[in-house]
Design a protein around this ligand. Structure first.
Ligand code: SAH
Ligand code: SF4
Ligand code: F3S
Length: 477
């Protein structure tokens, strides 16, 4: 994604995946339909995690209901919205950079409105308006329904607008149907907010308390997406395995989604290890549409650091969860998130993280250098791991994670994998087809365009650290 790795609520380019990059930002851009002459047009540029990409689709739906049409580029737009992330300082710097670039476009295009949405607005919306006088509105993640009203105020000359209230009830359920097709691979937020208090993390303060959408509503949205062509859905939530609908918990949601006709694959992200119950692993094993992929952020392999971060589990407990999952779900791939250079992280703490990564043998590791977030508990401690040490630790972990993924991918050579074909690989000189296995690994292989959107079988012939290859398809499954 343009700014974050998918699992997660995976943040994007300012992270360092040890495994292949998910092409979701391209997908999000491609979803802007053709422009409609005569209407006001909007263009949304999205940063951050999948939740933000989903939210951008919701915002598109809200704007279309208000009479706007999508623009194909910022140059064609009457309204440019940046949907932003606050998870690390670098993510915010990129947005300020983009706001700066858009200043000259605004100067040349009177009547063009510029808005900043998302988590960075929620954190420092007022500061953005003060610092960048050409920004017309800032809107937080729980206030998107107010966009038409705020735009009307702008049109009537009322000047800069802001809507930054968090609302612990807002789940956008009643506007979700307006968002249009989700594409072959769609996002679907089933939970918003986070009730945890990890010391380093800004998310709870910019996304508010947890709230969940009821199972029937999620199923109805899935059915609607499937009718418009979706074959794979990724259910989203900051701590999605904490999901509740009355007495029903996350395993019940998975089982209900598994019954949606025409849907082929279900993924979900992200989970918190504390809420990872055996019932969820059982549901994953028993639901044929739920893919054999688990994203379970560990953050550190050092118990001392885990305690300080207030994650609520030890490395031993984490490993038990992974063992429990692997023993019940054959062929499970496991991904994680790790922060290096958390305050006072010693070489010994870091070594414990290396040991954990070796022991668990993750298929994919998303690596982040600790970044101070003002207002979080960790900001009260000195950010005392020098930048060069953070960088060196990051590189050591990248090397280790790459060795492991190379070895694991090599073991897949000769196996038959089910692949949902997404399109032509843009980074492949031969422009072969690309799709993902159920375990979320990209596979490149030759084939005709008519396979795009199909699920096919392939026998893996070669492998690399970040992807697999096949010489031919075995036919539709
Ligand atoms: N809800 C998810 C994570 C959301 S943020 C979860 O609980 O796992 C995605 C990832 O960003 C986190 O898993 C963490 O690894 C990383 N992250 C969060 N705050 C950070 C910070 N201040 N510095 C560096 N990385 C951070
Ligand atoms: Fe942040 Fe922790 Fe909540 Fe994840 S569980 S969003 S890391 S506070
Ligand atoms: Fe996502 Fe970034 Fe917000 S990771 S929830 S967009 S702070």
């Amino acid at each position: 994604m343009s700014d974050c790795l998918f699992p997660i609520l995976q943040p994007a380019p300012d992270h360092h995946p040890s495994f292949a990059h998910d092409p979701t930002d391209r997908v999000a851009e491609a979803r802007h339909p053709a422009t409609v002459p005569g209407l006001k047009r909007y263009y949304i540029q999205t940063y951050g995690c999948q939740m933000n990409f989903y939210d951008s689709e919701l915002v598109g739906g809200i704007l279309m209901q208000a009479g706007y049409a999508p623009a194909s580029s910022p140059d064609d737009a009457d309204l440019i919205l940046l949907n932003t992330c606050a998870v690390r300082e670098h993510a915010e710097q990129r947005v300020y950079g983009r706001i700066g670039q858009l200043k000259s476009l605004k100067e040349h295009r009177p009547g063009l409105w510029l808005g900043v949405l998302g988590c960075m607005s929620q954190r420092i919306g007022g500061e953005i308006l003060d610092r960048a006088g050409h920004v017309d509105l800032v809107v937080g993640p729980d206030s998107y329904r107010r966009l038409p009203e705020l735009l009307a105020r702008l049109e009537s000359g009322e000047g800069q607008q802001q809507a930054l209230d968090l609302d612990n009830e807002e789940d956008y359920g009643s506007v979700a149907a307006a968002r249009g097709p989700g594409g072959l691979k769609a996002w679907l937020a089933v939970q918003r907010g986070c009730n945890y208090a990890c010391t380093y993390c800004i998310v709870p303060s910019v996304r508010g308390r947890e709230r969940y959408r009821p199972i029937p509503e999620v199923v109805a949205e899935l059915e609607r997406l499937v009718a418009m062509g979706t074959k794979e859905a990724t259910l989203l939530g900051q701590t999605i395995n904490a999901y509740r609908d009355g007495p029903h918990r996350f395993d019940a949601l998975l089982r209900a989604c598994n019954k949606v006709r025409g849907l082929e694959r279900i993924r979900y992200t992200t989970s918190h290890p504390l809420k990872m119950r055996t019932e969820i692993f059982k549901a994953m094993a028993e639901c044929e549409k739920v893919c054999e992929f688990l994203h379970l952020p560990v953050q550190s392999g050092s118990n001392r650091i885990l305690t300080h971060m207030r994650r609520g589990y030890s490395r031993e407990e984490y490993q038990e969860k992974i063992q429990g999952a692997r023993s019940r779900i054959p062929g499970l791939a496991v991904a994680t998130d790790i922060i290096v250079g958390y305050p006072a992280e010693t070489e010994e703490d870091f070594q414990a993280t290396l040991d954990l990564v070796s022991a668990v043998e993750f298929d994919m590791v998303y690596l982040f250098k600790f970044s101070v977030r003002p207002g979080t508990p960790a900001a009260d401690f000195p950010d005392d791991v020098p930048p060069e040490v953070k960088q060196a630790r990051l590189e050591r972990l990248i090397r280790l994670a790459k060795e492991i993924s190379t070895r694991k991918n090599a073991a897949a050579v000769g196996s038959v994998q089910e692949v949902l074909v997404e399109g032509r690989a843009e980074d492949d000189p031969e422009r072969r087809l690309v799709g993902r296995t159920r375990t979320n690994k990209p596979v490149h292989f030759p084939g005709d365009d008519n396979l795009i959107g199909q699920t096919v079988g392939v026998r893996i012939s070669e492998s690399g650290p970040h992807s697999l290859q096949a010489r031919e398809t075995l036919g539709n499954e």
